[in-house]
Design a protein around this ligand. Sequence first.
Ligand code: GUN
Ligand code: ZN
Length: 437
Amino acid sequence: MSEYNHYRGAIYHCTESNGVLEPNYFVDGLMVVDNDSGSIIEVGDFNQISSKWPNAKSSTHFKDSLIMPGFIDTHVHYPQYKVIASYGASLIDWLNKYTFIEEQKFSDETYAAKVADLFLDELIKNGTTTAMTFCTSHKQSVDIFFTAAEKLKLRMVAGKVMMDRNAPEALCDSVDGSYFDSKELIEKWHNRGRMSYAVTPRFAPTSSSEQLVQAANLLEEYSDNNGNKGVLLQTHLNENIDEIGWVKELFPDSKNYFDVYDNFNLSGPNSVFGHCIYNTDEEYKRIADSGSKVALCPRSNLFLGSGLFELDKLEAFGIGTALASDVGGGDSFSMFQVMNEAYKICRLNNYNLDPVKAFYLTTLAAAKVLDMDNRIGNFERNKEADFIVIDLKATELIKNKLETSDDINDILFNLMTLGDDRLIKEVYILGQNIYQK
Ligand code: GUN
Ligand code: ZN
């Protein structure tokens, strides 16, 4: 038996059985982590399981804290670290005025490396241990990102943005260039350690039909085979009314926006579509039937004034869905604050997003969207021990509000409403501490 460590304290994680969420809360819990592999051996009530594990190499007891799985952000743009909080524009203007300007700076590798480090620091201090991120259209932006993530042993998904039209010349690639650059990056990074590659056509308006064909060729060439996980796909869908009108003009033969991706064979279980605010019922049905996944970005949708998604519809159609920050359209790295705004959008649609589900959408559901739920997302045996320690006394208000509460629903709801990076006390990756506040 290899060496193991003990982590004692209040522990929360969510499991799922036949589609039913099962919150697991141990007021005095114990997590046993294998030192060699950095994976979970057992989680349970301290008094019930501690005698089974008497020889821990080290024991850590977290008081006034809650141990939880690290957050998973299913849609974010690392090059937009400094685009966050850009004033007064809706999507297309915001892209032209701020985003496409900033992304051009990533031709400079020193700049890209600096931002990659800052971005990962910010994720970690917010308790986000895995993210699916867009890079820029520069091949090096991906190399640089994966190199930085690999050093920290983080599980990450990333891809080179493919865009060959309707953007500044300096950001546009070509049909062949985007294909061969992506291919080289896939060969180098996909399934290397904890890294996964996502084929990344930015969105339909910035790719020619020929480029979308090449994106589909990459998906096909590197699809799930020989037991290895295939590459993923990330893009944007139905985020903004003007964007949808533009797609109609550019692809007049398509039935709707999703149909563009679908026709080019870019839909499927490995594909993650960001936003999905304005899906028609026909689109919901096709997304569901194709097994495609959705990343909802509430803070971005409110910040850019894009609109209100309908989580109840996604659920009714049985679509795999998770939450995401979409920084820099989104204005916070904190997944607590992403849940906060998701709750409010749902309220405006007369739907209550309960806290167990909200945390599910930022952990296990997000792992499922990335097809990584056999590795991360909760504390089931053999999963990777990426976890966070939340300080339940981090702010006066939270401390006072939680003083009289031992109900986990109440605790979680207060955290997602009032929490931010101040609450993240420690972060562990594969059982190793990488951050202390
Ligand atoms: N649509 C195309 N590109 C982007 C982007 O960078 N951010 C958001 N929110 N939407 C997009
Ligand atoms: Zn985005």
